[in-house]
Design a protein around this ligand. Structure first.
Ligand SMILES: Nc1ncnc2c1ncn2[C@@H]1O[C@H](COP(=O)(O)OP(=O)(O)OP(=O)(O)O)[C@@H](O)[C@H]1O
Length: 691
């Protein structure tokens, strides 16, 4: 398994001497052991092909001069001096200070390690007394040497690191490496886990939108998945690119590295060290109170006190980016110390009626309050994660025993760090034919069941609009709303007397439709993606006004036709904003009300003409528009200077209507009223008027 007898190849980049000179690994090891180790190891870097480079002068070649062949692994090639600046800004670039790390590895192990093709991606070296030393690589564990770890080896490593704090962690000055100790009962160190720390520029691209969105983000994932590396890059991104005041509460000096001057990997973010782990929560609060941060970054929230401090910080309107151990949000919900991060959980006993209505048991679990974080990221690997855009909705769904809505993302580090949303298995895309089948089936089955005229018509409309609608006609249409609309929608539905017909849900998989505002859709393009995956129609309102919501409810329930405008996706329905551009005057409202009452109470039911009061010409123009919308004919029974309308119980024919609309458009401009005379004999009678 182990790679032995490695040879290192020296290549002259500057002279015409092109042949490779091989030196045995033992010579290299000697060089490594000398005071040149750091600089030389920077020059003798093994690449995947087993090559290292050095200049003909014997001095290390400046790394900027080494052109990286395409096949070199990115990230994590182990080149300590490679700066993020030298890389394309969009690509991940790992900077690991591997030299400093390797210095703590005993010499004999270091030689072996250098023989490994993945040395640049080294994650950890594990040394337990009396056991074989192990190296951890992304590809798995690797036995560094058959020779067992001696006390000497541990002593060597300990001599290279700083003091261990009470969480048994230490570091190497000016580096991001983390050294954790295992002690025996006499508190002597008998084991070490030495982790290579890296700053990886580009690693936070996968959630750039969330970071820049300003919401608080909870990052969870199993140990070693890359949480610390991710939040370190988030700190740099916010401080350097977004120019935010970022403070890192760095309990084990893992984010900003050991030493009093933080590592360049955190950019301009400031770092607060923590005297001992039990004081993390105090330092969290101190950070907010003393340093006016816009963002606070914390690695590992693990205790109730820390969770409480996090919630206090969030309440003060500071963006919080924190990590916690756990694989899924469910783990956090089940962890009594961390529950508070998701709003806290309480058990509620429902009344019999309520339990029956909700079809649940009498005692249920509910979220106690608002979640500390806006969204959560479950890291699966360094480049794959699940994004819960609304942590509160996820928690509610889990507590209700439903599957939460999340977005699966992956980042392509080999290309340009492009991030894509991956369809989740439960939300597989239906084929068009499948969809058409479902629609047809629903309509037929429903038509067979219902004979109530009006309800049938609108429910059929509804099924046309909402392909996912279930067959049950008694259950309300479930609408998934994003952000603030929930209560408003319920209120509007109840005012319209439609509370039994429409309801809101947090569970996208149970929803029949999505309601969102234009701005929300712009800020959260994932909504459309998720809607497509679930084959849900999206009803788009311009603003969160009552008028728009009324229209939305009517449209969702199929009571009005959808907009004929071309839309972005076949499932988008735009709710038009037809609110008047200006506020009508009292006089105008009065004049229009006069028209309405005349038409609805006298002209249509009684078949009699009605002469309206004389009005100003621009008001008369408004009245004329209203009369036209009833398809009725008018005459000017006043004078040019003092116009007044007479509404006739006769249907407006098309030609007259056209003339009228032209004249009314002239009226809009000229504000003079020139009504068209009644159309001789060719006036059609309204069908509803008595002959
Ligand atoms: N994007 C990345 N590219 C290259 N290496 C990475 C990347 N992310 C993490 N690593 C490496 O993986 C190892 C583990 O990373 P990190 O310490 O960030 O994980 P973690 O999830 O915070 O672990 P823990 O929960 O144990 O603290 C480190 O050696 C780190 O350098």
């Amino acid at each position: 398994m182990r790679a032995l007898n490695s040879h290192f190849v020296l290549i002259d980049l500057h002279s015409s001497w092109n042949s490779a000179t091989q030196i045995p690994a033992s010579t290299f090891a000697y060089l490594q052991a000398t005071r040149f180790s750091t600089s030389l190891s920077a020059a003798f870097r093994r690449t995947r092909g087993g090559r290292s480079r050095i200049s003909s002068s014997g001095l290390p070649v400046p790394l900027t001069e080494i052109r990286r062949p395409r096949e070199w692994p990115i990230p994590g090639n182990g080149l300590s001096s490679v700066s993020s600046n030298s890389a394309s800004s969009s690509q991940s670039q790992a900077v690991s200070d591997l030299d400093l790390f390797l210095e703590l590895v005993p010499l004999r192990m270091r030689n072996e390690l250098f023989g490994h093709a993945e040395i640049g991606d080294l994650i950890e070296v594990v040394m337990d007394l009396g056991r074989q030393p192990l190296a951890r690589f992304p590809s798995g564990d690797w036995v560094i040497s058959e020779q067992l770890v001696q006390l000497e080896d541990l002593r060597h490593a300990i001599s290279k690191v700083g003091e261990f704090s009470d969480d048994n962690r230490s570091g190497i000055d000016h580096s991001l490496h983390r050294i954790s100790a295992i002690r025996n009962r006499k508190l002597q160190i008998i084991g070490l886990t030495c982790r290579v720390g890296r700053s990886v520029s580009g690693s936070a691209e996968i959630i750039r939108d969330l970071v820049e969105g300003g919401g608080s983000i909870l990052v969870i994932g199993p140990p070693g998945v890359g949480k610390t590396t991710l939040i370190r890059e988030i700190a740099r991104m916010l401080a350097d690119e977004r120019k935010k005041r970022v403070v890192i509460v760095d309990t084990s000096n893992e984010i900003g590295g050991d030493g009093d001057v933080p590592h360049s990997g955190i950019g301009r973010a400031r770092r607060m060290q923590v005297p001992n782990v039990h004081m993390q929560h105090n330092v969290m609060i101190e950070a907010v109170e003393n340093h006016m941060p816009q963002t606070i970054i914390i690695d590992e929230i693990g205790t109730e006190l820390e969770a409480l401090a996090a919630s206090t910080i969030a309440q003060r309107g500071v963006q919080l980016v924190a990590t916690a151990h756990g694989i899924t949000i469910e783990n956090i919900i089940k962890n009594p110390s961390l529950q508070l991060l998701v709003g806290g959980i309480e058990s509620v006993t429902l009344g019999d009626d309520e339990a029956r209505k909700r079809k649940v048991q009498k005692t249920i679990l509910e979220r106690k309050g608002p979640a500390t974080f806006t969204c959560a990221v479950e890291m699966i690997t360094r480049t794959e994660c699940r994004v819960h855009h609304r942590l509160d909705a996820t928690v509610d769904a889990i507590l209700a025993g439903k599957s939460p809505l999340f977005e699966m993302r992956s980042m392509d580090v080999e290309a340009d760090n492009s991030v894509k949303s991956i369809p989740t298995p439960e939300s597989h895309q239906l084929e068009h034919s499948e969809l058409a089948d479902i629609e047809e089936r629903t309509q037929i089955e429903y038509a067979e069941k219902v004979d109530d005229g009006e309800k049938e018509e609108y429910s059929l409309n509804l099924m046309n609009l909402i392909p996912n609608r279930s067959l049950s006609i008694s259950s309300p249409v479930l609408v998934y709303t994003y952000k603030t609309l929930e209560a408003d929608l319920q209120q509007v539905a109840s005012v319209m007397g439609l509370e039994d017909d429409i309801d809101v849900t947090n569970d996208i998989s149970a929803a029949d439709a999505i309601l969102a505002s234009t701005s929300e859709l712009k800020q959260n393009p994932w909504i459309r993606g998720v809607a497509k995956l679930h084959q849900l129609p999206v009803f788009v309102i311009k603003s969160n006004t009552m008028a728009q919501l009324v229209k939305a409810v009517r449209m969702i329930l199929g009571m009005t036709s959808r907009s004929k405008q071309p839309l972005q996706s076949p499932f988008d329905f735009e709710i038009k904003d037809d609110a008047p551009k200006r506020k009508p005057s009292i006089e105008e409202i009065d004049a229009l009300e006069e028209v309405r009452l005349a038409i609805e109470y006298i002209v249509i039911p009684g078949g009699e003409p009605v002469e309206l009061l004389p009005r100003r010409s621009e008001i008369v123009a408004r009245q004329l528009e209203l009369v036209e919308s009833y398809q009725l004919t008018v005459e000017n029974s006043g004078t040019d200077l003092n116009p007044r309308l007479q509404i006739l119980p006769q249907k407006l024919n098309k030609i007259t209507a056209l003339k009228h609309s032209k004249s009314s458009s002239i009226l809009h401009k000229d504000t003079t009223f020139k009504p068209v005379a009644r159309d001789g004999g060719g006036v059609a009678r309204l069908p509803l008027l008595p002959e």
